[in-house]
Design a protein around this ligand. Structure first.
Ligand code: DPM
Length: 320
């Protein structure tokens, strides 16, 4: 009997939420399709972020809320790679782990989802005092800046839980990523795609980031088929911007990026929680210097006062 050479089975780690699973199964299917000689298995686990649902996001220590358990599993060789929404992946990874690949981004915009009594409204026509559900300081600050007549309330839980609370009337509207709704096949709930002039998206929004062990050349080579270079360059610029401002994922920092030919354009914004201060600037330069552009823009905003704005927010979160 012929003995085939043993191929390593590759274990993919994922959170258990419906969105995480949709994303992970997509990655598994794509890897399997491109690499029929290998076997790809999925292992699921809960993360801190999935367990702590009753505390405002900003108050739970920030770094790695949705990634820590998966990273430990990689370090202990229980899984070989982990699929994340890139925006949930901290900009500084634990020693020994790297961002192995960035997949093609879908629409990174935010979406307004309304209770049915407001189907005839848009953000700018919602009534005075309408309650908007979001736990994102970034969305909160930008929407307050543009629509001071709205009120904001925390909303946690997975997308289905949030939609249920909205439909039951706890909120007049909620804000969710277009990307998440699309992947969950719930695009019909997108009532308004919020223009980037009003809400700059989160760093990495709409892309998946695949994390793996540094030096695991086999896995890194397998992941190459999923890498989307324009998305990678854009997200590297965005992540360098966030890293330079030392913002975790729970800060009012937003971005927008574009690539035209060899030129990358990055817009970044830092806002105060009351929405009164909103610092925004744009930088353009060669795509190959993506990370440098991110750092340069961060330093420009810092010169304009971003450091003080962020320090005040960190103090406010500390106080609870
Ligand atoms: C991060 C934020 C949120 C998630 C903060 C932000 C939203 C929290 C909230 C870093 N992670 O965006 O300013 O609205 O209360 C998350 C979602 C997705 C990945 C859901 C969403 C799907 C979209 C994607 C939660 N992480 O933003 O509606 O893959 O980009």
């Amino acid at each position: 009997m012929a003995v085939s050479s043993p191929t390593r089975s590759i274990r993919i780690g994922s959170r258990k939420s419906q969105l995480a699973l949709v994303q992970t199964y997509w990655v598994q299917k794509e890897l399997q399709r491109h690499h029929p000689q290998h076997q790809f298995d999925v292992e699921t686990m809960s993360t801190q972020g999935d367990k702590i649902l009753d505390v405002a996001l900003a108050k739970i220590g920030d770094k790695g809320l949705f990634t820590k358990e998966l990273e430990v599993a990689m370090e202990q060789n229980q899984v070989d790679l982990a699929v994340h929404s890139l925006k949930d992946l901290p900009t500084n990874l634990p020693t020994g782990l790297i961002l192995g690949c960035v997949t093609e981004r879908v629409d990174p915009a935010d979406a307004l989802v309304v209770n049915k009594k407001h189907l005839d409204k848009q953000l700018d026509t919602l009534p005075e005092g309408a309650v908007i559900g979001t736990s994102s300081l970034r969305r909160l600050a930008q929407l307050r800046h543009h629509f001071p007549h709205l009120t904001f309330k925390d909303v946690r839980g997975n997308v289905n839980t949030r939609l249920k609370k909205l439909d039951e009337g706890e909120y007049d509207a909620i804000i969710l990523a277009v990307a998440g709704l699309q992947r969950l096949d719930m695009s019909d709930r997108i009532h308004q795609v919020i223009p980037s002039e009003i809400s700059l998206h989160a760093v990495g929004q709409g892309a998946l980031g695949i994390e793996c062990r540094e030096g695991d050349e086999e896995v890194l080579a397998l992941l190459k088929v999923l890498e989307h270079e324009p998305t990678r360059d854009r997200c590297y610029a965005e992540r360098a911007f966030l890293r330079e401002l030392e913002g975790g994922c729970q800060v009012p920092i937003g971005v927008n990026t574009e690539i035209e030919g060899d030129t990358l354009t990055l817009t970044g914004m830092v806002a105060s929680l009351d929405g009164q201060t909103l610092l925004k600037d744009t930088i353009s330069g060669p795509r190959e210097s993506a990370e440098q552009l991110g750092r340069d823009l961060a330093n420009r905003l810092r010169e304009a006062g971003a450091g003080e704005v962020l320090a005040a927010i960190f103090a406010q979160i500390e106080r609870g």
